[in-house]
Design a protein around this ligand. Structure first.
Ligand code: GAR
Length: 192
């Protein structure tokens, strides 16, 4: 089974769905490590409760030196024999150094129908634009933020009375289905 690490910054609900799907006997992967840049991220305890090692590598002590923080995270990934990295609500901009080191082996989930709304506050922006639907995208991570090739998307309707909060819950339910499914498809696809 492919050894997967999930990088988080907060709640970790996508991480939970990735861990659980990877625990199925016939899954092509197993989540072996959860890493957070925030020490008290709720997701860390959720990972532990599911039997997955969870470690915080805080960015704050590294100050402005993003790459030094990433080198610490990267060392941990390599120590654990990680083969594929799944970003799941990891709210850090990545340097080219990390992206190049994991080229073609790092996935991200973004809460919009990319190329619409890269960056932050995607749900508020979709509502503001008067869109009829929203969704999420799983993509390969490249150097441009939220720009890598899409591997899959899921769509949800935007309903009258939606707030960013309500819409975010609806999109998250779709994310929880999409991410494990696309990760499995990605791992099962023949590699060039
Ligand atoms: C998810 O909606 C994910 O798509 C989004 O953060 C949320 C994390 O939730 N990611 C980004 O905005 C990346 N820029 P979770 O911690 O419950 O999985």
């Amino acid at each position: 089974k492919t050894r997967v690490a999930v990088l988080i910054s907060g709640t970790g609900s996508n991480m939970v769905s990735l861990i659980e799907a990877g625990q199925a006997p016939d899954a092509p992967y197993e989540v072996v490590l959860a890493v957070s840049n925030i020490a008290d991220a709720a997701g860390l305890d959720k990972a532990r409760a599911l039997g997955v090692q969870a470690v915080a590598v805080e960015h704050a002590p590294f100050g402005k030196n993003r790459e030094a923080h990433e080198r610490a995270v990267d060392a941990l990934l390599r120590e654990h024999g990680v083969q594929v990295v799944a970003l799941a609500g990891y709210m850090r901009l990545l340097t080219p150094w990390l992206v190049r080191g994991w080229a073609g082996r790092m996935l991200n989930i973004h809460p919009s129908l990319l190329p619409l709304y890269p960056g932050l506050n995607t749900h508020a922006r979709a509502l503001e634009a008067g869109d009829q639907e929203a969704g999420c995208t799983v993509h390969i991570v490249t150097e441009g933020v939220d720009e890598g090739p899409a591997l899959g998307q899921a769509r949800v309707p935007i309903l009258p009375g939606d707030t960013a909060e309500i819409l975010s819950e609806r999109v998250k339910a779709a994310e929880h289905q999409l991410y494990p499914q696309i990760l499995m498809k990605f791992l099962n696809a023949p590699k060039p």
